[in-house]
Ligand binder design. Structure first.
Ligand SMILES: [Zn+2]
Length: 608
């Protein structure tokens, strides 16, 4: 929990370790120094250099040059980084469903890779955009600027989406669909650093059903990001990247692969008893969503209620496992046509599987549907690994597997199981705040209540106060924030609050994990003034059904983190880790500059 605070200390420790090693190399006899260097080099290079010994004069030079000599003969870099993100995949799915996984997917990653079993996000809200923005930047939303899926833009007096870009034009897609770009991302990604280091030769491509899932992993300098249009069933992009889709993407779309899935039946992959044993009944009443008449039991036939492919069908498809299959076909075409890994400059392909999240929201983490999505994504990952093995070779690839956040149980189900769950209405919180404002700030000799406009808006657990209104009435913002927070606390189900003043002035302790997560999610330009934290298992929402995420609690923060390849020692690591550690660790493996604002630690325990 203290790792972020101690990052500089860790770095100092690493530097002094490096100094000590340099001293050791200078002092030790040649043979020992050579051995020490060898120990630090990856296995592949050790094998290659085992037979031809260094000439004596070269060794002497190496001794003089110290560690620089090892850097002159570095191990070959991986040709490809394959980042696999499964949206809303809780860590415990590996444990709950792992015995039903096939051999070549998630089980293979765990056997041949390094698995961190205690990886937790260290920010709130634990949502898709902040999570994705952290993965390849190694930075928290406070720095990436992606503080939520949406936030209130004060200057523009409107709510904006995390990848919204009104200056961009959508390439492909349907009428009225929004164009997206990484312009809101304030820091560099690993892909950006690779492209800087390689004079743009490294290729960086992001693919997902969600625009944010594709764009935020790839970064600002990316060659391309592609996402799925739920109006047309095609893969689209924006003119941030190019003015027309590459020929291979048009070919892919012209074959109308989504249409071939019209009427597809989604059935359970494993026997019913396995689902009932792990996830209870299929027709659980808390799974109702939409108007409450939608089907909630297997099997599902995916038509969107249409008799031929159309927008309602393309939209229905994203709530099934089948868009994951589309992503895999598209990823293969990207590898082949963009010639990923064809040269010595490392390329990055990120694939973010969104359907698991969409299904999870409807049915919750303890459902047949979420379980089946997990079993299927395991097979789909196996397929993707096999494609990469055939096209690139897994020995030339570093594979990363993780998720952008977890999910809490559906409150109605959790209640039935006697957990302290519930839905806290946002309107109740805002009413409490309004009443307290009136009681505290209404001027006694003025007839009219002028406190009515103090709340500018509410979004994403945050109250934005109208600064002009406060100034007009001579109310100090710090005081208004505190009064609002205390009022929110009077509503049952609200655990805590943090104010802009507290978060800006270092008045919260990073040793308090919830406070630290609030701090890591606070960006002064984009965040609100009062952050409201519900109690565990409680949702702050107006929605009456479905599962959600966003909290600082383990069900939302705990995710898988597996890195396979790159010379990492396979095994299970119980060291505390965060998904922000991925980018700095990969930067070390690839020997490029860490992303601009990376604060994650290098996962040294698995480096050989
Ligand atoms: Zn997500």
């Amino acid at each position: 929990m203290m790792k972020l605070l101690s990052a500089p200390r860790l770095r100092r420790a690493k530097i002094s370790a490096r100094l000590a090693l340099a001293l050791l190399l200078a002092l030790l006899p040649h043979a020992a120094a050579h051995g020490a260097r060898q120990l630090r080099r990856p296995a592949r290079e050790r094998a290659a250099s085992a037979t031809p010994r260094r000439a004596p004069d070269a060794s002497a030079q190496a001794k003089i040059a110290g560690r620089d000599a090892a850097a002159a003969h570095p191990a070959p870099r991986p040709r490809l980084v394959l980042l696999i993100v499964v949206d809303q995949f809780r860590y415990d799915y590996l444990e709950r469903f792992g015995d039903l996984f096939g051999g070549g997917g998630l089980r293979r990653l765990q056997q041949e890779g390094a698995t961190w079993v205690e990886a937790n996000y260290d920010h709130i809200p634990t949502e898709t955009a902040p999570g994705h923005s952290t993965l390849m930047t190694g930075a928290w939303p406070a720095e990436t600027g992606i503080i939520g899926n949406e936030w209130y833009a004060r200057d523009e007096k409107r709510r904006v989406n995390n990848v919204q870009d009104d200056t961009a034009r959508l390439i492909g897609g349907g009428e009225g669909e929004r164009a997206s770009s990484p312009r809101n991302l304030l820091v560099s990604t690993l892909g950006d650093e690779l492209r800087l280091a390689s004079n743009n030769r490294s290729k960086v491509i992001g693919i997902s059903v969600k625009d944010r899932g594709a764009i935020l992993l790839a970064g600002r300098m990316a060659n391309a990001a592609y996402w799925y249009s739920s109006l047309t069933g095609q893969f689209v992009s924006s003119n941030y990247y190019f003015n027309q889709l590459p020929e291979w993407v048009r070919r892919f779309n012209d074959a109308r692969p989504a249409d071939k899935l019209f009427g597809a039946r989604w059935e359970r992959l494993a026997p019913l008893a396995e689902y009932e044993r792990r996830a209870g009944r299929d027709d659980a009443p808390w799974e109702k969503y939409g108007n409450g008449t939608a089907p909630i039991v297997f099997p599902y036939t995916i038509t969107g209620g249409l008799s031929a492919p159309g927008p309602a069908f393309y939209d229905a498809l994203i709530y099934s496992p089948f868009t994951n299959d589309l992503l895999i076909s598209f990823a293969e075409q990207a590898i082949v046509n963009e010639q990923l890994s064809a040269d010595a400059d490392t390329d990055i392909l990120s694939v973010s599987f969104s359907a698991n999240d969409l299904v999870g929201h409807r049915h919750g983490p303890y459902s047949h549907e979420a379980m089946d999505m997990s079993l299927r994504v395991d097979r789909q990952i196996e397929q993707l690994l096999n494609i990469v093995d055939a096209r690139v070779g897994l020995r030339n690839t570093v594979v990363v597997f993780t998720a952008d956040h977890g999910v809490a149980p559906v409150p109605e189900q959790a209640n039935e199981l006697r957990l302290p769950a519930g839905r806290v209405k946002i309107s109740d919180v805002l009413n409490a705040v309004r009443n307290r404002f009136k009681a505290r700030f209404k001027r006694p000799n003025v007839e009219q209540d002028t406190t009515g406009d103090y709340i500018q808006t509410y979004w994403g657990g945050q109250i934005y106060l109208d600064r002009a209104a406060l100034e007009r009435d001579g109310v100090s913002p710090a005081e208004a924030e505190r009064v609002a927070g205390e009022a929110a606390l009077t509503v049952p189900g609200i655990a805590r609050y943090f104010t802009r003043t507290q978060l800006s002035n270092g008045a919260v302790s990073p040793a308090d994990p919830v406070a630290r997560r609030a701090l890591h999610g606070f960006n002064p330009r984009r965040s609100g003034d009062v952050l409201i934290i519900p109690e565990s298992f409680k949702y702050l929402t107006e929605l009456g059904a479905g599962a959600s995420h966003g909290a600082p609690y383990s069900y939302d923060t705990h995710v898988p983190l597996i890195i396979m390849g790159g010379g990492l020692a396979p095994g299970r690591y119980a060291n505390a880790a965060t998904p922000a550690d991925i980018a700095p660790t990969l930067a070390r493996l690839l020997r490029v500059q860490a992303p601009s604002n990376a604060v994650g630690r290098i996962l040294l325990e698995a480096l050989r």
